[in-house]
Write a protein that binds this ligand. Structure first.
Ligand code: PRX
Length: 633
């Protein structure tokens, strides 16, 4: 199934569209199943109902671990580089990782976990995080990972929504010069989460933490118990292909994050296939994905995709600029990394520090580069190409979403042609289509529109946890019989796709998806705020920044303090990642007579483009626009 040339890609693509079931069945055949499927695919996008490999039985960890033991058991599965370069790195071979996953799976069982439970994971980027995910999957529990940058309130919302009974966390985590008090944040969250019976706490920072009798246990103590019990193995729980594997919360245009649900069989096949295909992974290559496992990129392309393919996955605890802006390149040099997969925001940030941090770093091991999370501007693309890839490493600009499970539109490294700024061509099995606002498909080339997908792929979401109607409304209602991505897109004269950004009220800040309604709700929680409107604006490093227009009477001279209070409120309610970059106090928001905020006008003002604000005659109070324009930051 390896694609060997551009012409071969075209043939495979054609086959995947004409005979999708045969195409995916051939790929699924390369995995280990306890029982093969009765039917490859059953679907309709109306309900929606999507079932891949119906009737098949498997466990994803058997595919990520057990099946490699005989052949590559002593190969490194995970290489871990700590936050502090002076601390020792760690290597876990497939055999060691297998043993540790079995051990921790037994810890989970000892603590009452069973198939079907939902388990919340809030951990730093240490190997135990990957072990925790895999241990849940091994016993058939559904993991719900929450990124370390979210607040207690956000964690509580997610724990309640999924009704989790166990939390896995650590005393704290290191990120650059900062220490994040993870356990203490969990303690605050759990005040509102009566469903949680057990908290398993890994030691990382050795920060003093509260340990509540009967509820909180130390990871290390529990491992020792399992060792004395003599349980080395943990047999897999045999799962149906359509059983839930994990929930991952993501933001949309409404206030409440959605729990995107992925299932065992399709997700496994899709992440394995796309990892292998996009990166053209070769045995023994060292692959470094710089994402955090708290996001979908880490789930699919640090843990499940690479491990199912027997790859060596390098995980890094820290941040790109600690102790200095050369850290990624030190890591590449130290481990002779062959493939680095990162985000445009990281590239732009490192670029801004200048080329001094590249001096003396040997990057000659690199053969392939990847980008994900947001559109990559041409300047960053060329810097990545020239300074990091030295002009000879293909850059795969992978477009996809939490809901997609894996890569959708992307170059295939060394096989399909590249165009800077373009995600380029769909992977086999992916059928993109562009639509106009009236719901009509836009055919042909040199066009742009709203990006939809016509046909199911195995890695797609099946539902949003606990609210299937919301899933239908969000993704399957805008265009008939289509999955709607929420992204705008152009297809150029050669049929190559370029993602232009979200067309809904979702921001992409440093590659993180943030709903404007969510930030507004958080700002409105501040005691003096009457109302607010949040829009994005172009930001040199972050891609988009958060611009808040806030109606909040305050005493003169208090402006700065109120601003800081609002920022603190957002940090408390959502987390530091959603903090507004700019807050402009206004006396009112531009609204139509029916009370709808005219975001189009606010967006233009935030972008600094006030020359043509369009028709403002329908506004309730047009004068408010002049005031906002005059006070723009
Ligand atoms: O707008 C697109 C943007 O990120 C959104 C998905 O965000 P999330 O679910 O958090 O997943 C991010 C990592 C897969 C998309 O709707 N996006 C993602 N990758 C690209 C991108 N925009 C342009 N180019 C990309 N390569």
């Amino acid at each position: 199934m390896k694609i060997t040339s551009f012409d071969h890609y075209k043939d495979v693509y054609k086959y995947s569209v004409e005979q999708p079931e045969e195409f995916w069945a051939d790929i699924a055949d390369t995995f280990t199943w306890r029982k093969k499927w009765d039917k490859v695919l059953e679907w309709n996008f109306k309900e929606p109902k999507i079932r891949w490999f119906e009737g098949a039985k498997l466990n994803i960890t058997e595919n990520c671990l057990d099946r490699h033991l005989e052949t590559i058991g002593d190969n490194p599965a995970i290489i871990w580089e700590p936050n502090d370069p002076k601390e020792d790195h760690r290597v876990l071979t497939y055999r060691q990782l297998h043993d540790k996953v079995c051990q921790f799976a037994n810890v989970l069982k000892n603590n009452g976990a069973k198939k079907g439970d939902r388990i919340c994971i809030y951990m730093p980027m240490v190997p135990e995080l990957a072990i925790a995910l895999l241990a849940c999957a091994r016993i058939g529990a559904t993991h719900s990972v929450v990124f370390g940058g979210f607040s207690a309130q956000s964690i509580a919302d997610r724990i309640q929504d999924a009704d989790c009974n166990i939390v896995i966390t650590a005393d704290g985590g290191f990120r650059g010069a900062k220490e994040i008090p993870l356990k203490s944040i969990i303690d605050d969250a759990l005040v509102r989460c009566p469903s949680v019976q057990k908290v398993i706490v890994l030691t990382r920072t050795r920060t003093p933490v509260a340990m509540i009798k009967g509820r909180d246990v130390w990871w290390e103590d529990e491992i020792r118990k399992v060792e004395t019990q003599g349980h080395k193995e943990c047999p897999i729980e045999v799962m149906d292909a359509e059983d839930m594997l994990f929930i991952l919360y993501t933001s949309g245009s409404t206030g409440k994050p959605k729990g995107v649900v992925h299932t065992c069989g399709g997700y496994m096949v899709y992440t394995g296939y796309t990892f292998d295909t996009t990166f053209q992974y070769q045995p023994d290559e060292v692959y470094f994905c710089t994402a955090d496992i708290g996001w979908i990129t880490g789930h699919s392309y640090i843990v499940y995709g690479p491990l199912s393919q027997g790859a060596t996955s390098l995980m890094f605890e820290g941040v790109p600029t600690y102790p200095d802006a050369g850290r990624f390149w030190d890591i590449v040099d130290k481990f002779k990394v062959n493939i680095i997969y990162t985000a445009p925001t990281a590239i732009r940030s490192l670029m801004s520090y200048g080329d001094d941090f590249l001096k003396g770093k040997n990057l000659s091991s690199l053969t392939k580069l990847g980008s994900v999370g947001e559109p990559i501007n041409e300047e960053a693309w060329h810097w990545f190409d020239e300074k990091i890839g030295h002009g000879h490493c293909p850059i795969v600009d992978t477009w996809w979403q939490t809901e997609n499970g894996g890569h959708m539109i992307t170059p295939i490294a060394g096989i399909t042609p590249l165009k800077p700024g373009y995600a380029s061509l769909p992977l086999p099995g992916v059928q993109p289509a562009l639509f106009d606002e009236s719901g009509k498909e836009i055919e042909g080339n040199d066009v742009s529109g709203n990006l939809c997908i016509k046909f199911p792929w195995p890695g797609m979401l099946r539902t949003t946890y606990g609210d299937h109607e919301r899933c239908r409304q969000t993704y399957f209602a805008a265009y008939q019989d289509m999955y709607f991505t929420g992204d705008g897109c152009l297809r150029d004269e050669d049929g190559y796709y370029r993602i232009t950004g979200r067309v809904d009220d979702v921001l992409n800040v440093s590659g993180h998806r943030i709903g404007t309604a969510e930030v507004e709700n958080a700002i409105n929680m501040h005691s003096t705020v009457v109302e607010s409107a949040v829009v994005g604006y172009p930001h040199d490093i972050k891609g988009q920044g958060v611009y808040a227009f806030v109606v909040a009477p305050h005493k003169s001279g208090d402006e700065d303090l109120t601003r800081k209070d609002i920022i603190m409120t957002v940090s408390r309610i959502i987390g530091a990642i959603a903090k507004p970059d700019k807050i402009q106090f206004v006396s009112g928001l531009p609204k139509t007579r029916s009370g709808k905020i005219m975001r189009r006008i606010l967006r233009k003002i935030a972008e600094g483009d006030t020359s043509n604000l369009g028709d403002t005659s329908t506004l309730l109070d047009p004068a408010v626009v002049d005031e906002i324009k005059a006070g723009a930051l």
